[in-house]
Each structure stands twice: as C-alpha cells, then as structure tokens.
Design a protein around this ligand. Structure first.
Ligand SMILES: Nc1nc2c(ncn2[C@@H]2O[C@H](COP(=O)(O)OP(=O)(O)O)[C@@H](O)[C@H]2O)c(=O)[nH]1
Ligand SMILES: [Mg+2]
Length: 459
C-alpha cells in the first residue's frame, strides 16, 4: 500500500484562482524541488520556512526556462503532514502554470500522487488514526460551517481520545476476566462483578449519546432533507423561490405547473437545507403529472422535514387535517397557511392549528419567510446540541458504535446471569473489535500486553 516514491499533486482546486499550491512528499521531495528552484538552496534551509524565487525547468541545460515566480515552503520529516519530507509550492493561479510545474517535477523524479495518498501516508506512518484520516476527507468536502467545525474537531482527535479511553477501560476489564481463566481451578475472582457492571453502565452512557448524535451529524453532513408538499396551487413553488430568493421554479395559477421535483440547497444558520419542491398532490389524468405525484410521495418518504403548504382561502381545517394525516410520514412538519390575503377568517386557522404559520407569500413575503425560518430553526435545534464536543457524521462509526453497544448489552446480561469468564471475555472482545474498527487499532496483542505488563504472572 505504501510506495517509496516521492509523490506530487495539485493541492488547490482545479481552475483559476489567485494562487495554486502544489504539494510534494517523500524522501526526494526537497532535492527535487531544489533542482527546479532558482533562489536559496533548499537543501539546508530549516523546516517550516518559506522561500521566494523562480521555478525553473533545467531539463535543457542550455536554455533554463523560468516558469513562474513561486514561494516554496519546506517541511522536514517528521514534522509534516505525512511525516515525510514535504514541500509546498505556491505559484500563480493558472492551471497552465500549475500543470507545467507538476510535469517538470515529474520529469525531475516525482510521481503523480493517487487520490488520498498524502493522507494515506499520514495514516500508515501513524501520524493520524482512521477517524482523523476520514475527518481530513470530511473537512475538504465540508459544505457548511457546522460541517467544517465538526470535521476539524474530529481531525484534532477529540473523538479518538474519547474512544481510546473507553477501549483501555475495556481492555483492563477483559484482562482481569482472562486472568481468572488462568487460575480456573482455584476459583478466584479478580474482576469485581459489581465494578464491572458499573463500568459497563458508564461506558454505555458515553457511547449511546455518541451514537445518537448521528441524527444531527448526518443532517450536518448531508443537509436536512426538506420537502415542500401540499395540493396544487397552494403556493409551494412560491415558497421555494422565496426561500431561495430566486425565481427557480415556475409559479403560475395553473394547477399542476410543477410536475417534476426540483431540488436546491441553501445554507441556513450554519446548516444546509436540501429543499425539494414537488408536484401538487392530487389525482390527475395527466400521465406526466401522475409520475410527478408519485415522485413527490417518494421524496416525502425520505423527508426529515415537511413544509406543508395550504391555501387558506380555499381549504377548511378539516380538509387540511385529513390531507396531512393521509400523507403518513415520520418527518417533522411545519404547517404553512398561505394566501392569508384572500382569507376572510384568520381566527378559524389560528384556533384549528395554533402551531401553524399563517402567511401571504406574494404580499408580505419577507415577514412570512422570516416566520417560517424561525420554525425551521426550532426543528434544527431539536435535533441535538450543535456545540457538544463530539458529533458523529460518519455512518461507519455509527455502525461500529451500535455493534459495541449491542455487545456491551450482552456482557451485562452475561454478568447478571453469572456466565463463565470465557463467554464474558468473548463478548468483551466483540466490543473491543467494534471500537477498534473505528480507529483502526488492533486488539488482541493489547490484551496480552496488559496482562504481562500489569500482573507479571511469570508463567
Ligand atoms: N393572493 C395570493 N396568491 C398567491 C400567494 N402565494 C402564491 N400565490 C399565487 O398562487 C398561484 C400558485 O402558486 P404556486 O407557487 O405556483 O403554487 P404551487 O402549485 O403550490 O407550486 C400563483 O399564481 C401564485 O402567484 C399569496 O400569498 N396570495
Ligand atoms: Mg409548483
């Protein structure tokens, strides 16, 4: 998996920008960069220092070609991202220049890096663990403020530390139980059963909220799936456009105008909302509209939030209630009574649905939208505490945590039933594996190590 070559790649996004950054890592990184640099000799400069000069192509010794004015930063092993010697070259932000620089470096001995290879090296050299490696990917892909904060936190290892502590407690636990097995016939109990039960309860109380934080974490990472639903002509597309502050969807008084689903993403309070406008829900003879309605129902089934829009001038509380109930979804619902300007009796609605938001999206759009946004914020806040130390955003982690939880429950059962140590220890091992899966740690040697280092049984 780990090759020895010095790797090189563009570290900044492709396209035009103020600058581009080219990254190189490996034993030869500094020598190769020096080969292509007109300025101070990079061979002896200290780590973490930046040097101004010209990037040059010396392949034709008679005509040294200046490619760009650059700034080269040198990071010496082991104090670099990959722990290898690393060099970062900042050049002007043209792809032509960046490509030329990369090609010159390849000619001078580097090889093109593969996707994720810098991070892979950091992991294989033990600089970061798996959760941190994943967090690097998350950080790069982060699309909202909260997304970024969490990835950064995970990369710093907050999450790993918590898991590591848990695991070492478990290792201790297992070592004690296995020690009893070694003394099988003497009927000793090194592991105090009540202490073990307490420990399990404590561990579970940490893992459980961690696993549950995924609801929020997933919304932060993927965006809140928000479906705008309701009957035709209620004002759904008007709402989409108002939330987007853009004329994205066609609005007309012809029922059945929106026949396909339209999806747009907005940034909102540090979150992302995936807003989906749908075809009005009704029985229709139009085949395309029928497909649209079916798609709308599919989206509703996946929705985490439904913005249900109804025409307050046309509908009755009874018809609205019936329709909302018939949609049969698990998501949070915000009821929006629209076209209040055409409604004579506001009180009817206030009484029937005190929790609803009554607006006129074409008359007092700003007021209406800010009322709806307040409701959306409340839904987002209900998902969990955004400021909590660790929020899981990775489904692989959640899966492993749930496995750990399930095996902890088994351990608890085994303890309560007074099952033998070998069964107990295998259940504990499962929890250890599940937790170890997340950080990429190996488990069995650890347990052995613990027994020998702490107990010196000298057999
Ligand atoms: N009077 C009035 N008309 C509105 C209001 N909101 C939307 N409309 C009109 O209702 C019609 C249907 O709106 P549209 O957003 O296309 O509804 P959709 O079928 O649910 O997407 C359009 O002619 C809109 O201009 C409102 O608050 N008051
Ligand atoms: Mg529409």
């Amino acid at each position: 998996m780990l090759r020895q070559e010095t790797i090189v790649a563009l570290a900044s996004p492709e396209g035009m920008g103020a600058i581009h950054v080219i990254r190189m890592s490996g034993e030869e990184a500094i020598a190769i960069a020096n080969e292509c640099f007109q300025g101070t000799s990079l061979l002896d400069v200290p780590s973490h220092s930046a040097h101004y000069g010209y990037f040059v192509d010396r392949s034709n010794a008679k005509a040294i070609q200046r490619i760009d004015e650059v700034l080269i930063t040198v990071f010496r092993s082991p104090k670099s991202f990959t722990t290898e010697d690393c060099v970062e070259i900042s050049c002007h932000g043209s792809m032509v220049i960046a490509q030329k620089i990369i090609n010159t470096l390849i000619q001078a001995g580097a090889v093109p890096a593969e996707a994720g290879e810098f991070t892979l090296r950091a992991f294989l050299h033990g600089r970061i663990d798996l959760t941190q490696a994943e967090a690097v990917a998350d950080l790069i892909a982060s699309k909202s403020e909260h997304d970024r904060t969490i990835a950064l936190n995970q990369m710093r290892g907050g999450f790993r530390n918590q898991l590591k502590n848990l695991r070492s407690e478990l290792v201790k636990f297992k070592a004690l139980v296995e020690l009893e097995l070694d003394f099988g016939e003497e009927d000793v109990e090194f592991a105090e059963r009540q202490d073990l039960l307490d420990l399990i309860a404590q561990i579970r109380s940490v893992i459980k909220p961690l696993a549950e934080s995924f609801t929020l974490g997933n919304v932060i990472k993927e965006g809140l799936v928000t479906v705008i639903a309701g009957k035709p002509n209620a004002g759904k597309s008007t709402l989409l456009n108002a939330l987007l502050r853009d004329n994205r969807a066609i609005v007309s008084n012809i029922a059945g105008t929106t026949r396909d689903t339209i999806e747009e993403v907005i940034q909102f309070e540090g979150f992302r909302l995936r807003l989906i406008d749908t075809a009005g829900l009704r029985e229709s003879d139009d085949i395309i509209e029928q497909v649209g309605v079916a798609k709308a129902k599919e989206e509703l089934a996946k929705a985490q939030l439904m913005l249900y829009v109804f025409d307050a001038g046309q509908e009755s509380p009874h018809s609205v209630r019936k329709h909302v109930e018939s949609l049969n979804h698990d998501s949070a619902v915000i009821l929006i009574g629209n076209k209040m300007d055409e409604c004579d009796d506001t009180e009817v609605w206030q009484e029937a649905f005190p929790e609803s938001t009554l607006v006129s999206l074409t008359q007092e759009a700003e007021d209406g939208i800010s009322l709806i946004q307040d409701k959306i914020i409340a839904v987002l806040q209900g998902l969990g505490d955004i400021h909590s130390d660790v929020i899981l955003t990775n489904s692989r982690h959640v899966y492993s945590l749930k496995e750990a939880l399930a095996s902890m429950e088994k351990v608890e059962q085994a303890l309560k039933l007074g099952l033998t140590g070998d069964l107990l220890s295998s259940d504990i091992q499962q929890s250890l594996n599940a937790l170890g899966n997340i950080t990429g740690e190996v488990t069995n040697d650890e347990v052995l190590g613990y027994i020998f280092s702490k107990f010196c049984i000298g057999k």
